[in-house]
Design a protein around this ligand. Structure first.
Ligand SMILES: Nc1ncnc2c1ncn2[C@@H]1O[C@H](COP(=O)(O)OP(=O)(O)OP(=O)(O)O)[C@@H](O)[C@H]1O
Ligand SMILES: [Mg+2]
Length: 316
């Protein structure tokens, strides 16, 4: 067992930031802690990293009693990483290596790993947000830890930066590292985690394998998650796509919509219909299909509900 957490609780005054949190992480898992802002993710990570002192409960890394030796097997990024703005990447990592008691020879290795070797002589302040995040990962990788604990590693990144960091995490997981990752993005957890614990207002709502939890909690049906590479699959087909649609004759419109192969369900609204589609069909094709059946649309908008939105609705 990599980590066993027993009833950890953290209070700030009378406010309970984390309430009776228990979970287990096995070797090789990518364990996600999923929850909206303020649900207690960082508090929980802070406790297992010995940065935040719990009011109750306990945890155990590697089935052994706490000690500085086990800390060497855990690399972490908690909150925004601290680097010196004017120093270059290499110098910043030298400081991190000194603190971690790791030889300088590892610096190039980890820089290469996060694809920043060519930038090692550039000042930290010249780095993009994505590069800064990758440098933080490089620092966490010093000492080649068995476990990585990452708090919102893609926060604030643009889509390209998100992809870079996610791919890096995935390749580290494929190398057999155990990864514990906090995120408020359901889509992110779905893409990279094998296991998940869902938190809300300091409590654990659900925990288990990603495919099981997401299908029972969110009605999302993922393909079997057993194979490592299946994690790389995208979830485009899991978005719920709705259209709000209207014509003069709503009754006729409903009949015709129900005949379309990609329409799953049609619901009546006041002056419009709401149709749920199983495919992302463009508005033009829907318009054309209706026109071919003698219906002129007076209204057509697409409402794409992302997994994040569905998740937010459930944890609201
Ligand atoms: N030092 C503190 N003093 C008082 N309250 C705190 C402190 N740290 C956290 N909290 C509160 O505890 C709750 C949980 O915070 P935490 O940072 O763990 O949430 P989170 O799930 O990481 O949220 P986010 O997604 O915004 O990072 C929040 O309501 C927060 O305001
Ligand atoms: Mg947080």
């Amino acid at each position: 067992m990599i980590l066993k957490v027993n009833s950890l609780t953290k209070k700030y005054g009378r406010f309970i930031a984390a309430n009776n949190i228990s979970f287990e992480v096995e070797e090789g898992q990518v364990f996600g802690i999923l929850g909206p802002n303020g649900s207690g993710k960082t508090t929980t990570l802070g406790m297992i990293l010995d940065v935040t002192s719990p009011d109750a409960g306990s945890y155990c890394w590697f089935d052994t009693t706490p000690g500085s030796n086990q800390r060497k097997h855990i690399g972490s990024i908690l909150e925004t990483p601290n680097f010196y703005q004017h120093l270059d990447a290499e110098s910043n990592l030298k400081i991190a290596a000194l603190i971690k008691d790791v030889p300088y020879s590892q610096i190039d290795v980890v820089l290469q790993r996060v694809n920043l070797l060519e930038r090692k002589k550039y000042a930290f302040r010249t780095f993009s947000l994505g590069m800064k995040q990758r440098l933080a990962l490089a620092a966490a990788l010093l000492g080649n830890p068995k476990v990585l604990v990452l708090d919102e590693p893609t926060n604030g990144l643009d889509p390209q930066g998100i992809i870079e960091v996610r791919e890096l995490i995935q390749s580290l997981a494929n190398e057999g590292k155990t990864i514990i990752i906090a995120s408020h993005l359901l889509d992110e957890i779905e893409k990279i985690c094998t296991n998940v614990m869902v938190m809300k207002q300091g409590n654990v709502l659900a925990a288990g394998r990603v495919d099981e939890i997401l299908s029972s909690q969110f009605g999302i049906h993922t393909s079997s998650k057993g194979a490592k590479d299946s994690k790389l699959q995208t979830n485009n087909n899991m978005e719920e796509i709705r259209i709000e649609i209207a014509a003069d004759d709503l009754y006729l419109l409903e009949l015709e919509l129900e005949r379309l192969p990609y329409v799953v369900k049609v619901e009546k609204r006041k002056e419009t219909l709401m149709a749920i589609l199983n495919k992302n069909i463009d508005n033009k094709s829907i318009n054309q299909a209706m026109f071919d059946r003698g219906i002129v649309l007076s209204h057509l908008i697409k409402i794409k509900k992302t997994l994040e939105q569905q998740f937010l609705e459930i944890t609201k």
